[in-house]
Design a protein around this ligand. Sequence first.
Ligand code: ATP
Ligand code: MG
Length: 443
Amino acid sequence: MTENAPVVDREARPRIVPRAEHPISRSLISKNAVRVLYRLRKAGYQALLVGGGVRDLLLGREPKDFDVATDARPEEVRALFRNARIIGRRFRLVHVHFQGEIIEVATFRGNASEEGDGEREVADGMILRDNVYGTLEEDAWRRDFTVNSLYYNIADFSVVDYTGGMEDLAAGRLRLIGDPEARYREDPVRMLRAVRFAAKLGFRIDPATEAPLFELGHLLESVPPARLYEEVLKLFLSGHGVASFELLRRYGLFGHLFPATEAALAREEQGFPLTFVTRVLENTDRRVVEGKPVTPIFLLAALLWEPVRRRAEAAVAAGTSPVQALLDAGRLEVEAQVGHVAIPRRISLPMRDVWILQDRLQRRQPSRLSRLLAHPRFRAAFDFFLLRGEAGEVEAELCDWWRRFEEGDEAEREALRAQLGGGVGARHRRRRSRRRGRKSETT
Ligand code: ATP
Ligand code: MG
């Protein structure tokens, strides 16, 4: 079963799969992508669909987006479209903007083994910038996985395969093109891409492609945190988060992305933290399937929760108030984390709300319940709290009370409030009427 992939002869002609022998039809490709392909071709350029779009169509899946490859230079591409913009420094690309869709057009890249011509920058084997242009064939060999290096040619509707991608696709096999270790060193993010595609497609990683994953995790430390942030979102928010997480941990990659979380998990392998993170990821995967929105705020708050909780617990034991302890712990853990995986402030600030609200939810102070319910982050904090409950970290009774309170009408809420202790409900009503009209209340 684990037989190695065949060695592909670089000198061989590409395999051309004619239209009659593959399932990709123009009707399956976005109209805008087809338009871009034809416009390039009419202008005399080569134009092919490549990457995830081709791979997913061949697998009978719905592609997330469509990437186009061409021999036209970025400036030439831009000149053909009114709505086109050149982006990127590391890799210059053209984005052609349509209503609700962007088609990415990349010029064929050349052979990755030469360096120092000013257009490619390499340091310690890592490619920092690559704007060396080349032929279709060269472009095929510099891509990451064979199944990502299949082209759909608008000239004759054939699929062009230089690297053995069709065979790997049929075998459900993920295989890096070229020498795996060198390819990971060139771009360590390819390790995360291996995990992501294995998780998403349910593919087996070819043994030679898999082996270095156990050894090279440390290379992730040299990847800009902002790029890792983007990759982390794709790993965890695309509907295959549980599988991604398990693979990342199997290969020892997770700890290079979230060291504090990994340390907490390692300490308590079978306990709450692992259950909680898994619950959150299961829940996220389910939401993606159901077409519900998912947010990095919730995901990252969950991934960092255990380190934050532990740190806050220690501070409370030393006399700090719970909310202050959560605030400080949250700030410190985020500060440490962004050195590995960046977290934009528009995400990290609401994350801290989610954490602080955990204390409010735990304590159920009658006088604060209404404001708590009205907090913009209540819904996220509440869901977070319930998942903690499912993981056994919060008493079931407390979760139950909150579930009823959240769903209940005014009368039911009044009754639930009254349960919280003698005369509390009445006192609450008095306080609330006195406060009416005040503006600057914060929870
Ligand atoms: P998705 O379904 O996530 O869009 P994708 O395969 O299209 O998957 P993209 O990140 O959109 O992934 O990249 C498009 C294509 O560009 C890939 O299929 C691959 O051929 C090439 N590519 C992307 N990233 C790399 C990389 N780090 N190294 C080499 N080739 C890459
Ligand atoms: Mg893509």
